[in-house]
Design a protein. Structure first.
Lengths: 321, 271
């Protein structure tokens, strides 16, 4: 039985499309990521699954129960944890009072452990907390009843890198304990570090469902390099480079093999070099719009890219599994 | 799981706790307001002015609106200066305004998402938010009769305790109706600020409507207004207790809350 099964789910707000004909399944014990820019429909999909919005058409099950039936949905929610993208917390109550209330509604078997782990001071008024600390409050509320299914909407927004790590570790532990996760993000790196598979949402449509290693390899790397020499733009217009910008620093998206990149840069005196996962927007521009010409956009060019970047994915994404 | 309270109770409790300080402040302010008016009474009653003749000269609609029967006795004075104005209008409007912000406010702020991601039925939310305002209604109607009684004694007058208790006991169904009006509006209007003003405006419009039609052939149409079923002047001055009115108000409260449940069950939470 899949943890989530979504069948041709559509939600329109009047004439405005939220999501359209979205179908996918999150298998038991799987971490599934929704990837897409803001406004792509990630939040609409999650809120429709939870019954906050009634679907215009289509249906879904959560933990085997009909998500569109209020009674069934409520039963399913006994075992669901939800972290909203922008959690609505009572600013004038203390974190303790708020969590007491949440505990009364859903249970709190691991509240103390989580509060300790994230170093949350429960006695503070929520309105006095920083954005990161408020996010911790919502995080504790989502995880404290040991749910079997976690729906996490942009979970790490507002968390500093250290806490993002702690959060990722927590998700992995829960998955090891048998939980399933649906996580949304517009940051490729976040999804890549945690998810097994990714559904790419664009303008309300699920345009692709892929394993993370495939998507990572196709997304490429964002390179920013500063060199001592004068740069001729033509020198960088080679296979594997996209979105090239030449200025004080040279920046581009690299989808080729690392060795080729190193060969290319070895002609210069490199003063500064930055290699990060390409931001999702660039990956979209490159691979999902189809109108950006690039040597690896399709066909044979793509074959060399995935191998090279795929090996990189094993390093950083390895702990995700 | 079994040691968790019923969701509606948990929601009501959390809501009431959050309002505790505000409720005490409002109770304190209204108590001060009452005592301030009472302090005027001795100078008024000894001034030798025929106040009853003075209010007789008011237009009938005005007398109807403010339930003016007699003003020279302490009962009449309290009814006109405090209960008709503060208890019927001010507190009624305030409760409708507060309740108007509840569900709409939760939806708009995203708090409702967190509540409903727990195994909570939408019905529980509506009932819980309604009950969350009941302690405020109870507090006001328990503290103020005591303050009024002590205040009356302090200015050297006496008042029938029974009537004072009755004017507050009968205020409870009326105040609950005001809360229910706000709750119902809160499920109909999505923006909390607007919902609050609509709830307040609706109640005020009903009050005006009742006052205006009272002296016409359509006086019965005024029964639509909750304010038609609670008459502090009749209670305090004449000792007339409108139990039918109280029953009508309780029934109206139940209907309004039920309507809110039906409406909220179908609503999209467009936060």
């Amino acid at each position: 039985m899949p943890a989530i099964e979504c069948r041709n789910l559509s939600k329109y707000y009047g004439d405005v499309r939220g999501i359209e004909d979205v179908s996918f399944a999150v298998e038991d014990g799987e971490v599934f990521g929704f990837l897409g820019p803001n406004g792509a429909g990630k939040t609409t999909a999650i809120r429709t699954l939870l019954g906050f919005l009634s679907p215009t058409s289509g249906g879904a099950t959560l933990l085997g129960r009909d998500a569109t039936d209020p009674v069934e949905s409520r039963r399913a929610r006994e075992r669901i944890g939800y972290l909203p993208g922008d959690p609505g917390l009572d600013r004038d109550r203390t974190a303790a009072a708020f969590l007491d209330h949440q505990a009364a509604l859903r249970g709190e078997s691991s509240r103390d452990e989580l509060v300790g782990r994230f170093g949350l001071d429960e006695s503070r008024r929520i309105g006095d907390l920083s954005r990161g600390n408020r996010q911790k409050v919502a995080l504790v509320a989502a995880f404290m009843h040991h749910p079997d299914l976690l729906l996490l909407d942009e979970p790490t927004s507002g968390l500093d890198p250290l806490l993002q790590e702690e959060f990722a570790a927590l998700v992995r532990e829960r998955v090891e304990d048998g939980a399933s996760v649906l996580l949304s993000s517009h940051v490729l790196g976040e999804v890549a570090a945690l998810c097994d598979r990714v559904g790419v949402l664009r303008e309300g449509h699920l345009v692709a469902v892929e394993s993370v290693s495939d998507l990572r390899s196709r997304g490429g790397k964002q390179i920013r390099v500063r060199v001592a020499e004068e740069v001729d733009r033509a020198d960088f217009e080679v296979r594997g480079i996209m979105n090239l910008r030449v200025g004080e620093t040279v920046s581009f998206t690299w989808t080729g093999e690392y060795d080729a990149l190193i060969d290319l840069l070895s002609r210069y005196t490199v003063l500064d070099l930055d290699v990060v996962d390409a931001p999702l927007e660039e990956a979209f521009m490159t691979f999902y719009d189809g109108d950006v010409p690039g040597p690896t956009g399709s066909g044979s060019g793509g074959t060399s890219g995935p191998d090279a970047a795929g090996s990189g994915a094993v390093d950083s994404g390895g702990e995700g599994r | 799981m079994s040691d968790r309270p019923a969701p509606w109770l948990a929601i009501a409790r959390y809501d009431a706790t959050g309002r505790a300080r505000g409720s005490l402040v409002v109770t304190g302010l209204l108590s001060a307001f009452l005592l301030l008016f009472l302090a005027f009474f001795p100078s008024l009653s000894t001034a030798g002015i025929d106040l009853d003749a003075y209010v007789e000269a008011f237009p009938p609609a005005f007398r109807e609106a403010f339930g003016i029967i007699a003003i020279s006795s302490i009962e009449g004075f309290l009814a006109v200066e405090f209960y008709q104005f503060a208890w019927l209008l001010l507190v009624g409007l305030y409760l409708a305004y507060l309740a108007g912000g509840t569900i709409a406010g939760d939806v708009a702020s995203g708090r409702m998402d967190l509540t409903l991601s727990a195994p909570v039925a939408r019905r529980d939310v509506v009932i819980g938010r309604f009950l969350g305002l009941v302690p405020l209604v109870a507090l006001l109607n328990v503290v103020l009769p005591v303050v009024a009684y002590v205040g009356v004694l302090a200015v050297g007058e006496t008042i029938a305790v029974e009537r004072l208790v009755a004017v507050h006991a009968l205020a409870v169904p009326y105040h609950l109706t005001c809360v229910a009006v706000g709750i119902a509006v809160s499920t109909l209007v999505s923006r909390p600020g607007i919902a609050q003003r609509v709830a307040l405006g609706a109640l005020f419009a009903l009050f005006m409507f009742e006052s205006v039609v009272a002296s016409t052939d359509y006086a019965e149409a005024g029964d639509l207004s909750p304010t038609a079923h609670y008459d502090p002047s009749a209670v305090l001055v004449l000792g007339e207790y409108d139990l039918t009115g109280a029953a009508v108000l309780l029934a109206a409260t139940a209907v309004l809350v039920a309507l809110a449940v039906v409406r909220f069950r179908r609503a999209d939470l467009s936060g």
